[in-house]
Design a protein around this ligand. Structure first.
Ligand code: AGP
Length: 604
């Protein structure tokens, strides 16, 4: 997954705006970076392998002249990270420059045809074929027609931004399956993969939909649909309620720790944002025979929490599945089914494919996302949103706790409407929910020092187990994922009851085992698991309720408040987020840019 940005300005030099925008998109990929601009009707390209600050030092990205420019930060899919494979890519004549996020599936076939026509390719990337296709069509067509015809020959996923020096005031764009948004400014317009790239210049945003294409100039926006019909873009403008500060670190060393600390505000805003669409979502749930919930990664863990709470509170079976496994579940879906697709980015291709497969079978779809207008909400029957604000850190934190908040509200409201709980019980649960932001604040302030200290010990470990039972198991899974993805420790989550069926063989002196306990009814069984692990030399750590009987058996622990158990997942994950963060920092890693990872997986 890559980040692209284009800026068309009446002002002269936009390279510094491009570079700043790329820094906001670096979470989407950072193995190479580049910029192309048009100055005196000539395209200039500066690009190279490495992070933005490295390539800036080498080539002075921010000093490239020109008032129209495109930029790119790459997460390699075709062609290893290198100077020549960095975007932008040009045609043979140097009149076309392309930046791209996505995968061109038919690039080899196109590359062969173009090579036979005499085109000379410089890179191993799929993207370069678009530059040569446009060059080929420019022989007979005007720039926009050449661009449109070239796009019609591309199969795969793409968000393109293209410069053609014949029309030096335009940036051409097209979108299919990869996110693309337009920023509508004053005398300056933007095209980018994500809103934070231009948020400090404008909050007026147009989400480009699949199949749409067009161009921007400093003062004009042209948008048409896949049938070539012009779209009135004014009707598509939304004003996002994010502030530029949200896309900056604001004094924190990393976005991830900032976003962990933002969770009280994010949860509070999400609760405030529970609107009539949430009510409609519950109606759809009540009106459905089978309910499925699907997601990837962290969002899948939120989905598991939801499934367990629905069973516990409402006695309703909700079938959770990992979105890339959708073909194993789609056959059991029909017009009486409901699929809840959980995706903070709203762009995860696995979850999008699952949604499309269920829709084919007549199922209705509810999307839960953090990005208004993103692909998954757009293709759903109904969309509901968290209000976490932009999450720049690759590791999901505030989007997880806000997803669990939103899903817990759905479970409470569904249970009340279904008569599984009465109005008084529901009112009491809503009240606890409203107090969660303040409880979150307290957990962060109580346990950040604990996490920093334990993180130093964890930094010397290579393996760990995270064990849970019932509602605490998805939290163990989420805690283990955080530790894997930013501290690169092989942390494995298991149902605690499963540990005797094999995993306990790995235990040796000081092997760290983290136990997450939420449900009172399961505490005694966890006690047995702790004793088995300790008897074999494990170092046992607990995330447990206050005054838990487990505390006396643990080597280390953090205590959660004794509130209704369905809210403890939101609180219990926080010490584990902090622990993963401080372990990564103790190991000298950058938690915002974990190796091999991208924030959103938009390629299957
Ligand atoms: C979690 O820290 C990762 N960033 C990843 O597992 C992520 O949760 C997953 O890719 C799903 O993303 P989505 O919520 O945007 O669909």
């Amino acid at each position: 997954m890559c980040g692209i940005i284009g800026v068309a300005s009446l002002r002269y030099n936009v390279a510094s705006i491009i570079k700043s925008g790329l820094e906001k998109l670096e979470y989407r990929g950072y193995d190479s970076v580049g910029i192309a601009s048009i100055a005196s009707n000539t395209i200039l390209i500066k690009k190279g392998k490495g992070k933005i600050h490295e390539v800036e030092t080498r080539y002075g990205l921010s000093r490239v002249p020109g008032s129209i420019a495109v930029g790119h930060t790459r997460w390699a899919t075709h062609g290893a990270p290198s100077d020549v494979n960095a975007h932008p890519h040009a045609d043979c004549t140097g009149r076309v420059a392309v930046v791209h996020n996505g995968i061109i599936e038919n690039y080899l076939e196109l590359k062969e045809k173009l090579t036979n026509l005499g085109h000379v390719f410089k890179s191993e990337t799929d993207t370069e074929v678009l530059a040569h296709l446009i060059e080929e069509f420019l022989k007979e067509l005007k720039p926009f027609e050449a661009f449109r015809k070239a796009i019609s020959m591309i199969r795969g996923s793409y968000a393109f931004a293209v410069l053609i020096s014949n029309e030096p005031e335009k940036i051409f764009f097209a979108r299919k399956d990869s996110p693309l948004v337009i920023g509508v400014g004053e005398g300056m317009n933007f095209i980018a993969s994500d809103i934070p790239a231009f948020l400090e210049h404008t909050r007026r945003v147009i989400v480009v939909h699949d199949g749409e294409l067009g161009y921007i100039t400093p003062v004009e926006i042209y948008l048409e649909n896949s049938k070539g019909e012009r779209i009135n873009y004014l009707e598509r403008i939304i004003v996002v309620d994010w502030t530029p500060d949200m896309a900056r670190k604001e004094g924190y060393p990393h976005f991830m720790i900032k976003e962990i600390h933002e969770q009280p505000r994010a949860i509070r805003d999400t609760i405030r944002g529970i609107d009539e669409n949430y009510e409609k979502a519950v109606e759809l749930m009540l009106d459905s025979e089978k309910i499925f919930v699907t997601a990837a990664g962290t969002s899948y863990h939120a989905s598991l929490v939801f499934s367990l709470i629905m069973s516990k509170l409402a006695g309703k079976l909700v079938i959770p599945f990992i979105s890339s496994e959708y073909l194993s579940y789609a056959n059991s879906a029909d017009e009486n089914s409901l699929l809840i697709a959980v995706s903070q980015s709203g762009e995860t291709i696995d979850t999008l494919m699952a949604l499309r497969e269920f829709k084919k079978r007549g199922a209705r779809i509810i999307a839960l996302s953090n990005i208004i207008g993103s692909a998954i909400p757009r293709e759903s029957t109904l969309a509901i949103y968290t209000r976490a604000g932009p999450e720049i850190g690759v590791a999901a934190t505030k989007t997880f706790t806000t997803q669990v908040t939103a899903l817990t509200w759905l479970a409470i409201n569904f249970s009340e409407k279904r008569g599984a709980i009465n109005q008084i019980e529901a009112k009491s649960l809503y009240k606890v929910l409203r107090d969660i932001p303040e409880k979150t604040e307290r957990i962060i302030s109580m346990y950040e020092a604990w996490a920093r200290s334990l993180g130093r010990d964890f930094a010397n470990k290579n393996n760990a187990y995270y064990l849970g039972r019932g509602i605490s198991l998805p939290i163990a899974m989420e805690g283990a994922l955080k530790m894997k993805e930013i501290a690169y420790i092989h942390a494995e989550a298991y149902p605690a009851g499963e540990s005797k069926h094999g995993p306990i063989a790995l235990i040796e002196e000081n092997f760290p085992v983290i136990f997450v306990s939420i449900e009172d009814r399961l505490e005694r069984r966890l006690l047995g698991n702790i004793e088995e692990m300790k008897a074999r030399g494990a170092y046992t750590i607990g995330v447990v309720p206050e005054n838990s009987i487990l505390i006396s058996k643990l080597d280390n622990y953090v205590a959660m408040p004794r509130i209704s158990e369905i809210f403890l997942p939101i609180l219990s994950i926080i010490p584990l987020q902090l622990l993963a963060y401080y372990t990564a920092v103790s190991r000298g890693y950058d938690p915002d840019k974990p190796r091999n990872l991208a924030k959103t997986v938009t390629v299957e």
